[in-house]
Design a protein around this ligand. Structure first.
Ligand SMILES: O=C(CO)COP(=O)(O)O
Length: 243
């Protein structure tokens, strides 16, 4: 089975209007890529970025949504609102949200349902902490997160899974190729649909991208810091295209 690759950027809490030019430069540099490109900017930039990316190769996504359709949830954003602003995807269960906002895998599953109901593709994040890896618990942690974060009905069309070891995020440290291969093989075998795209995330940069993309069952990347600059993210897109 051939799986279409996905280069996804997570801008996290970075980016003002002036940085829309980075997305525009990325789109201009990759007019007809043989893969999917996604940028998930902060919510404030969703609508203007979606407008700027209309007719380009770059899709736009949110970084979180509420599990409820609407209502009295000050400061939150519903999946329908993301879609209305031009998003096609939403990142859910990022470790920063699990840590900063106490999100459980059950919360992530409820948000995933909400995303699907609004027609969004859910990019569901999983990953072990360094303590868990050191204790030899990586696959059991990933297995539990996978089972509990994905509701019934996950398919290659509505879901992407991102493996992001917590200790590799923003640290410049990456797992060994064997460690990434082991988790991705586990995810391929245990995901509800073998066609679900499996992204690796955590300190991906233009220098290590080609090595990471050569690993079996890595269908792309979820890139943080290096997705903020068109030049860096563009080099990662090119590495994925050439993998
Ligand atoms: O958390 C990440 C993407 O969601 C990875 O972040 P960095 O690429 O900055 O390590």
């Amino acid at each position: 089975m051939s799986i279409r690759k996905l280069a996804a950027g997570n801008w996290k809490m970075n980016g003002l209007t002036a940085q829309l030019t980075e997305a525009m430069a990325l789109a201009a540099a990759h007019p007809q890529p043989d893969l999917d490109i996604l940028i998930c900017p902060p919510a404030t930039l969703l609508a203007p970025m979606a407008t700027a990316m209309t007719g380009t190769s770059v899709a736009v996504g949110g970084q979180d949504c509420h599990a409820a359709e609407k209502g009295a949830h000050t400061g939150d954003i519903s999946a329908a609102m993301l879609s209305d602003a031009g998003a096609s995807h939403v990142i859910l269960g990022h470790s920063e949200r699990r840590a900063d906002h106490g999100e459980s895998s059950a919360d992530v599953a409820a948000k995933t349902q909400a995303a699907w109901a609004a027609g969004l593709i859910a990019v569901v994040c999983l990953g072990e902490t360094e303590t868990q890896r050191d204790a030899g618990e990586t696959l059991s942690v990933i297995g539990a997160q996978l089972a509990e974060s994905l509701p019934e009905g996950a398919t290659a069309e509505n879901t992407v899974i991102a493996y992001e070891p917590v200790w590799a995020i923003g640290t410049g440290r990456t797992p060994t190729e064997e460690q990434i291969a082991e988790v991705h093989a586990f995810l391929r075998k245990n995901a509800p649909d073998a066609g679900i795209r499996l992204l690796y995330g955590g300190s991906v940069n233009p220098k290590n991208a080609a090595t990471i993309f050569a690993i079996a069952d890595v269908d792309g990347a979820l890139v943080g810091g290096a997705s903020l600059k068109a030049e860096d993210f563009g080099a990662i897109v090119t590495a994925l295209q050439n993998a």
